[in-house]
Design a protein around this ligand. Structure first.
Ligand code: GTP
Ligand code: MG
Length: 196
């Protein structure tokens, strides 16, 4: 899928207005948000990734297929650097979530090995409160056995019956199609809204 980097911003208000729907990656630092953008694009170096947490520090916009924007956000749970930059990290995040009118889907990424942390639960509550469409991606599933992966998926689906739960790994094609489908659905819904 042709994808290109558009820009980075510290505040949601500074993002360019393209009229294209936004799909954002949300989750703890190091959980694999930037890696998932690269996986979806099929381009390894598109978004910067690191084995050290706290790499992504700004709101980074990528245009996919000339049709929609994937938004890479800084991770929560590791905000030291972002804080020292002056703009409160939580403000940046909740600012983006509440101000981005074009935000049509939030991909909440968690580590399949650990399940939801307290911060993930807070994030999920915020998404529900704001009535933002979302899916839960249980990432790094390659680090689990098949039966462990099946079990965590089952548990998540039971706990969050309203959200789509997708098991994913950057090391195989597991879950990629389902994530793409969820994105396409959100893009279609945006189109329909505009028509109506
Ligand atoms: P921040 O920008 O710090 O918030 O992190 P991030 O969520 O963008 O994580 P990033 O994509 O930089 O990935 C963090 C580390 O996890 C990197 O070393 C990736 O290679 C690794 N990683 C990401 N996805 C997977 C996966 O599915 N499986 C495995 N084994 N490693 C992964
Ligand atoms: Mg990142």
């Amino acid at each position: 899928m042709p994808a290109k980097f558009i820009t980075s911003a510290i505040r949601a208000a500074d993002l360019p207005e393209s009229g294209k729907p936004h799909i954002c990656m949300l989750g703890r630092s190091n959980v694999g948000k930037s890696s998932l953008i690269n996986h979806l694009a099929g381009q390894k170096g598109l978004a910067r990734t690191s084995s050290q947490p706290g790499l992504t520090q700004t709101i980074n916009l990528f245009e996919f297929d000339g049709r929609y924007m994937l938004v890479d956000l800084p991770g929560y749970g590791y905000s030291r650097k972002a804080r020292s930059k002056g703009e409160g990290f939580e403000r940046m995040l909740s600012g983006y979530l509440s101000e981005a009118e074009l935000l049509k889907l939030v991909v909440l990424i968690i580590d399949a090995r650990h399940g939801l942390t307290e911060l993930d639960r807070d994030a999920l509550a915020q998404l529900k409160e704001a009535q933002l469409p979302h899916v839960i991606v249980a990432n790094k599933s390659d680090k689990l056995s098949n039966s462990q992966a099946a079990q965590i998926t089952r548990e998540l689906r039971t706990e969050f019956p309203d959200a789509k739960v997708i098991l994913h790994s950057i090391n195989d094609s597991r879950g990629l199609g389902e994530i793409r489908e969820a994105i396409e659905k959100a893009v279609r819904a945006h189109k329909e809204e505009r028509k109506g």
